[in-house]
Design a protein around this ligand. Structure first.
Ligand code: 13P
Length: 256
């Protein structure tokens, strides 16, 4: 029995047109759109937030964005703000994904600005952190995690922290088919929980959900979710098909 409600979140990345996305959310909603044992979230590309959100009306499935700019408005070509996301009744935003850190050179300081801006706009940030294979091989995993937590969460109050979700996504496990073992993931999740306890106190740390992401699939979901400090999953590839996403949600229900 998990003390925290499991969150299963689909990060579609740059996949699906609005029409395809609407189709997918309808398929997911038909299977798991009425249950409330597991919190289910889909994060389509920004242009599909409107269509996806409308297709989710009347279901228990939540909507999130994949990124946002920290400023409320202005001359930032190509960017979207927290308010624009909220306008579509989205409640979550993924921030600091490793793909944004790698391909768009996002720093912990910039990600921190986004975390604070999201909280101010009452959006729940899903802060992604994780080490590269090189860093793991050099035994630097926990140092990297600590740096990303300290940087990404600077200035967040204990009260606000309960609205934040952390996603541990080892970079070497993302899209590679090579997931972290449940033991490897649990070790890092326990470290994150301990860091949160030291910084925000036990009561807050016990409330924060820490998701695992990186090649989570129906075959490995149950074992990962059985770990004490794994409170859900941030799913890429397996969230692009209703069948595999729903199977992961069903594994989460069984683990709840
Ligand atoms: P995959 O599930 O495709 O490995 O992607 C994980 C991820 O990056 C989710 O944000």
């Amino acid at each position: 029995m998990k003390s925290r409600k499991i969150l299963i979140a689909g990060n579609w990345k740059m996949n699906k047109t609005t029409a395809e996305g609407v189709e997918l959310v309808k398929e997911i909603a038909a299977e798991v759109g009425k249950q409330s044992e597991v919190e289910v979230l889909v994060c389509p590309p920004a242009v599909a937030l409107d269509g996806g959100g409308k297709a989710l009306e009347g279901t228990s499935i939540k909507l999130g964005a994949q990124n946002m700019h920290p400023k409320p408005s202005g001359a930032f070509t190509g960017e979207i703000s927290a308010e624009m996301i909220r306008h579509h009744f989205a409640t979550y935003v993924i921030l600091g994904h490793s793909e944004r850190r790698t391909y768009f050179f996002e720093t912990d300081a910039f990600i921190n600005e986004k975390v604070l801006a999201a909280l101010k706009s009452l959006l729940r940030p899903i802060l992604c952190i994780g080490e590269t294979l090189e860093e793991r091989d050099a035994d630097k995993t926990l140092d990297v995690i600590r740096t990303q937590l300290e940087g990404g969460l600077a200035g967040v109050s204990a009260d606000d922290m309960t609205s934040v979700v952390i996603a541990y996504e080892p970079v070497w496990a993302i899209g590679t088919g090579r997931n972290a073992t449940p033991e490897q993931a649990q070790e890092v999740h326990a470290f994150i929980r301990k860091w949160l306890t030291d910084k925000f106190g036990e009561a807050v740390a016990q409330k924060v959900r820490i998701l695992y992401g990186g090649s989570m699939k129906p075959v490995n979901a149950a074992d990962l979710l059985a770990q004490e400090d794994i409170d859900g999953g941030l799913i890429g590839g397996a969230s692009l098909e209703a069948r595999s996403f729903v199977e992961i949600i069903n594994a989460a229900k069984a683990a709840s």
